[in-house]
Design a protein around this ligand. Structure first.
Ligand SMILES: *Cc1c(COP(=O)(O)O)cnc(C)c1O
Length: 425
């Protein structure tokens, strides 16, 4: 499979090259030249997730240097449990796909580990790769954890815009991982990463690549667990389940749309956002414009200008259909409190999806099972949740282990010169 740029101004490349480059040289994002059709007969619901993923992703790896590594990549990055649970007795048609049982407690563990595994196999000792990751919260932790001891990685995060626990999780990794606090917001971090990747001298001196959700290596494995859950429910109920995806940069949301475009049994898709309006305004008016990002309770989704939107527009119109539900902070808090009373505790991002589900009319709820992606462990947002629900939230073992690690970070202005100096040091 060849990958082309969304802006059509760069040569087509194979998967390994698309992963190494991160963004295309014309500033666009890589996408497969054609949408492969999923081989539904071989995607059996009883396969374990790594085996399912290897079959689903085989067309993207075909003919590439990474092809022989596909099974190992899936086995090492999709190796923790992904329970599909019925969280609320009162809502029997709702399932939560728990994506937070990995080493850093959020769904980004899947993509980060898959991607770093790819970099590890694509790099060579003479010319090591440097991975740049701009993060509004969970990406950096997941990428740092995946890269520690393996691949040189620089994590850019916005000062004061991540939770105390997230900051710990960003700054606790040993070499070759460096955490960099940027005096700006997430969009500044993302712009800085993009500017560095687009600077030919800098990019080639350090063999820069990105670990953001713009990297195809992040996006591919995210399709696998959504597809596997959909196939399982389709087998059980005979009806393609709906998906409610809490989304910010549209990485996860795009994965859902693409899996459906490949022919997986996925029904309607609801993109659930926090107060940031770029997507809901597009859904309401058909017009898209980037906006400054707003800080919300679901901070890993605080994105004013979702970079994967460009990928969505590249899909043929018949594959783009999704509704967008915007959930403001008051509604996030109210949903957390109400569902805690009904027996389930959501993280603020998962609560965005739960609230979007509640807002579906009863007819739509009744016509099929809906899967809400539960994207982070509630413990990661204990300082938001504990005052709301009035109880202490216990850390799961993986997250407890992080508490004992030493922390380190460096600080820079949102300035390419400062980042370049840091890369050379
Ligand atoms: C990153 C993240 C999201 C949003 O994912 P996108 O790929 O930006 O759409 C949602 N929830 C959590 C917990 C996250 O870390």
């Amino acid at each position: 499979m060849r990958f082309v740029s969304t802006r059509m101004g760069a040569p087509a490349v194979g998967l390994g090259k698309a992963i190494l480059k991160g963004a295309a040289p014309d500033g666009g994002l890589y996408l497969p030249e054609t949408i492969p059709s999923a081989d539904l007969a071989s995607l059996r619901p009883d396969l374990d997730l790594p085996a399912f993923a290897a079959r689903l992703l085989a067309p993207f790896f075909a003919g590439d240097a990474l092809e022989p590594h596909l099974e190992a990549l899936c086995a090492e990055s999709l190796d923790f449990p992904v329970p599909l649970v019925a969280p609320l007795a009162e809502r029997p048609g709702l399932r939560a796909l728990e994506l937070f049982h990995g080493p850093t407690g959020a769904f980004k563990d899947f993509g980060a580990r898959f991607l770093i595994g790819g970099f590890e196999r694509l790099g060579d000792r003479q010319r090591p790769i440097t991975v740049l990751a701009a993060t509004s919260g969970d990406t950096g932790g997941a990428v740092g954890g995946a890269a520690e001891g393996k691949v040189r990685t620089v994590i850019l995060f916005p000062r004061g815009r991540v939770s105390p626990f997230q900051e710990r999780q960003l700054t606790c990794w040993a070499d070759p991982v460096t955490a960099v606090e940027v005096d700006g917001d997430f969009d500044d971090c993302q712009r800085l990463a993009k500017a560095a990747l687009a600077d030919p001298a800098l990019a080639s001196a350090h063999r820069l690549s990105s670990a953001n959700s713009i990297n195809v290596g992040r996006w591919l494995p995210q399709m696998a667990y959504l597809a596997a859950a959909a196939v399982k429910l389709f087998e059980e109920t005979g009806i393609a389940p709906g998906l409610v995806i809490p989304t910010g940069n549209l990485g996860h949301g795009f994965a859902a749309l693409y899996a459906r475009a490949m022919g997986l049994p996925i029904g309607p898709i609801v993109l659930a956002t926090n107060a940031n309006r770029a997507l809901s305004r597009w859904a309401e008016t058909g017009l898209y414009s980037p906006l400054p990002s707003l800080a919300t309770l679901a901070n890993a989704m605080d994105v004013g200008a979702p970079s994967n939107f460009e990928r969505l527009l590249h899909l043929p119109p018949e594959h783009r259909s999704a509704s967008v539900e915007r959930v403001e902070d008051e509604a996030i808090a109210a949903r957390i409190v109400a569902d805690r009373r009904r027996g389930h505790l959501w993280c603020p991002h998962s609560a965005v999806a739960a609230e979007a589900y509640e807002r579906l009319d009863e007819g739509r709820k009744a016509e099929r099972v809906w899967i809400a992606a539960a994207t982070a462990h509630p413990f990661k947002f204990a300082e938001i949740l504990e005052p709301l629900v009035g109880e202490r939230i216990e850390a799961p073992p993986a997250l407890r282990a992080i508490e004992d690690r030493p922390l380190r970070k460096v600080s820079i202005a949102p300035d390419l010169g400062e980042l370049a100096a840091l890369l050379c040091s």
